[in-house]
Ligand binder design. Structure first.
Ligand code: SDN
Length: 147
């Protein structure tokens, strides 16, 4: 295996581990831990029509507001499930990561979960003090992309 191939393999595993910790924080409702996985000036757009959130505290605030609006009267367990991760390291050290996301929602006592929306996600990842962070995340919803 060439050095480049090996380092891409290592990076791939690292990004998967990073995403898993990040999304487990989100799905457990720990919006501060989720926003801490972004750079201080990070940008996050998760729903068309809602302005992109900026900065760690802006991202945490937006997630609190969104979940309050949508789920205060509708208790759910959501799980964001990622697949088809593709990485393209840039020459400046940033990494473009594209992948699919299905949001799986369970409601109390209902065995059959809802699976929606289906999304395509584009992250720009950077490394600060050895740690991967998300500099920007844009989520495109398939049902809207098809219109
Ligand atoms: O963080 C994400 C998200 C995300 O946070 C989403 C939220 O609501 C809060 C990473 C990758 C994908 C997503 C997708 C969503 C979906 C979005 C809108 C909805 O639930 O309908």
């Amino acid at each position: 295996m060439t050095t480049t191939a090996r380092s891409l393999t290592e990076l791939y595993a690292e990004v998967q581990q990073f995403h898993a910790a990040q999304m487990q924080a989100l799905d457990s409702g720990d919006f501060d831990a989720y926003s801490a996985t972004f750079t201080e000036d990070g940008e996050f757009a998760h729903t068309p029509g809602r302005p992109a959130a900026r900065t760690r505290s802006g991202i945490a605030q937006e997630l609190h507001a969104y979940h309050q609006e949508r789920f205060a009267q509708d208790p759910v367990q959501r799980r964001h499930s990622f697949s088809m991760l593709r990485l393209s390291p840039r020459t400046d050290g940033a990494i473009d990561a594209t992948f699919y996301c299905l949001v799986i929602t369970s409601r109390p006592g209902v065995r059959q979960p809802e699976i929606a929306p289906s999304c395509a996600v584009h992250d720009v990842l950077v490394r600060e003090k050895g740690q991967l962070l998300t500099r920007s995340r844009r989520v495109a919803h398939d049902y809207l992309s098809l219109l």
